[in-house]
Design a binder for this molecule. Structure first.
Ligand SMILES: C[S@@+](CC[C@H](N)C(=O)[O-])C[C@H]1O[C@@H](n2cnc3c(N)ncnc32)[C@H](O)[C@@H]1O
Length: 235
């Protein structure tokens, strides 16, 4: 019998229903997603033509769908503890003709083989780890699967809740949600959960955790309201 999974994350939140809705649910954020993908592509593009990319928290595979056609020699390791999310990622990969360049792991990163990748992505994942030690371990698990000097891009929800600017930044985020059709009740629920059930650490803490996980000091390369992004290389 396999040992019980550590209760690391909210993988259970990405259930069958959530997975089915995921690709369209955040259409209001598509402009931000496009920017994340552009940055990811630009940062990883110097990697070799036959690079291997670890996609941590791949979900329905949005980042792979963007990268795979642009880099026909790259191979992708998609890792996600949510079976329903990963099943959709596999269907997209098959429909779009790059499934033969993907391996799919319904698992936490720590449960996957330690293989040498040239690059890694973690887009909108680590903010679900509310325990600082678990979040740092997540970055260390990614680092352990990379070659020295490999490139890593991490994008997360993170903000300094105590800063005087917090109310303004959160207000803007809620306006984006309102434009996207989220009800007042949904927005209130989000506000209640923010900083507690997810996004529990500020940007400086996240950057420190990435570095302590085994990367060079991360460069802050992106902010769109509450979303922050960093690039770093495997130390
Ligand atoms: C918001 S989705 C992001 C999916 C994809 N990266 C994207 O940009 O669309 C977050 C994903 O992280 C996964 N996840 C949650 N905790 C995780 C963990 N500890 N390790 C790896 N993936 C995790 C969830 O199952 C979910 O599929």
């Amino acid at each position: 019998m396999s040992p019980p999974r550590p209760s690391l994350a909210l993988s259970g939140a990405f259930s069958e229903d959530h997975a089915k809705a995921y690709d369209t649910q955040f259409s209001a954020l598509s402009g931000i997603q496009a920017c994340m993908h552009l940055l990811t592509d630009a940062y990883l593009s110097p990697l070799p033509e036959e690079a291997r990319i670890l996609v941590a928290g791949a979900g329905t595979g949005a980042e792979v769908r963007y990268l795979a056609p642009r880099h026909p020699g790259w191979r992708f390791t998609l890792v996600d503890p949510s079976g329903p999310m990963l099943a959709i990622a596999r269907r997209h990969a098959e429909a779009e003709g790059f499934a033969d360049r993907c391996s799919f792991h319904e698992a936490y990163v720590s449960e996957t083989p330690v293989e040498a990748h040239d690059g890694a992505t973690s887009l909108l994942v680590s903010h679900f780890l509310t325990d600082a030690a678990a979040r740092q371990a997540y970055f260390a698990d990614i680092a352990a699967r990379l070659k020295p000097g490999a490139r890593f891009i991490n994008v997360d929800l993170s903000t300094d809740d105590n800063a005087p600017s917090f109310a303004g930044v959160m207000g803007l985020w809620m306006d984006i949600f309102r434009l996207g059709g989220q009800t007042e009740e949904n927005r209130a629920n989000y506000l209640n959960a923010y900083g507690k059930q997810f996004a529990a650490h500020g940007p400086e803490q996240v950057a420190q955790m990435i570095e302590a996980g085994g990367f060079t000091p991360p460069a802050p390369v992106f902010q769109a309201a509450l979303i922050r992004g960093w690039t770093a290389t495997r130390a």
